[in-house]
Write a protein that binds this ligand. Sequence first.
Ligand SMILES: NC(=O)c1ccc[n+]([C@@H]2O[C@H](COP(=O)([O-])OP(=O)(O)OC[C@H]3O[C@@H](n4cnc5c(N)ncnc54)[C@H](OP(=O)(O)O)[C@@H]3O)[C@@H](O)[C@H]2O)c1
Length: 332
Amino acid sequence: MGTAILSTSDQRVLAAFATALAAAGEFVGATAPNPPVGCIILDSVGNVLAIAAHPRAGAPHAEALAIALCDQAGTRHLIDTVIVTLEPCNHTGRTPPCVEAILRTPARQVWIGVADPNPQAPGGGAARPAAAGLRVGYLAELDHPEAAQLALKAHRLIAPFAKQVRTGLPWVTVKQALNREGSMLPPFGAKTFTSEASLLLAHRLRKRADAVLTGSGTVLADAPEFTVRHVADFADKRRFLTILDRRGRVPSTYLDAARARGFEVFIQTDIAAALRHLGQLGALEVLVEAGPALLQAMREGDLWDEWITIEQGEGADRVTVTPRENTDRKGK
Ligand SMILES: NC(=O)c1ccc[n+]([C@@H]2O[C@H](COP(=O)([O-])OP(=O)(O)OC[C@H]3O[C@@H](n4cnc5c(N)ncnc54)[C@H](OP(=O)(O)O)[C@@H]3O)[C@@H](O)[C@H]2O)c1
């Protein structure tokens, strides 16, 4: 990746990608089984005409919403550049194809963050506008370090979706808190030992997850609620709660209370089967909140994608995010 000076219009595209990624980021955790996607539309001199993100499955896609915003503002005729974090769809699913919606506007350029990773999708989200005479570019083609950073962000944004459509398995995030002695166990009578900031992080991670996976040991020790409380949750979002409990020790009172909190609850005896089951249900991301026994099994089975370690510090806790080596970052 070079450090070439970008043209003014490419600088605008770069800045617009940052905005579109941020817009999509607001809905991470809300869109399953669809990916989060953001779109921004510019006029020919780079003014922002619309910013939109796909809010949930069944709702219009980001591109359709952005074009609708232009219609509402009476600026459809000014549409010049459509910038979208994921290749536009070229097929009719629950909503009509976004490529056709773009081609009905006067757009001259389409910029794409990441190619559609879905092997079942017919493709053409980039080829169709190119065949119609539009300039089609990918974020990674911009020769600037910031473009490379944003491309990584765009890949991470859809990594759970990419894994799900390629393997049928959800993205697995493990959260592990360690005290100053390197132990995961809270002091007697407490459920946690980390800071307020780490608690907030934990609730953000729950918010973006479609399922929580835990072990019977954690349930029996702490009876955790596993709800999103320290940040505002998505309205009407329902999560799965899967408990690994081979010996059937988790009491039905806990299961009933979890259901009353809105969870769809499953007892499983095998971690890989539990993940396959959650994938079949359309979960994009699973958050593992479990004790040392289950976490060791996750590590040994190589069943994780992102490992988030929160280490108790003297002042602030230290948070380390470790991606798996082979996490997909291939773009177009
Ligand atoms: N610091 C943190 O981040 C954190 C997070 C959560 C919990 N904790 C603490 O962890 C402690 C509990 O530890 P723990 O290790 O007992 O809890 P755990 O890992 O949540 O649960 C252990 C149970 O999970 C099941 N299990 C483990 N490996 C399995 C496998 N390969 N396949 C299927 N089932 C499997 C087993 O239950 P069966 O034998 O019945 O099948 C095992 O007894 C609590 O004190 C809690 O506060 C700490």
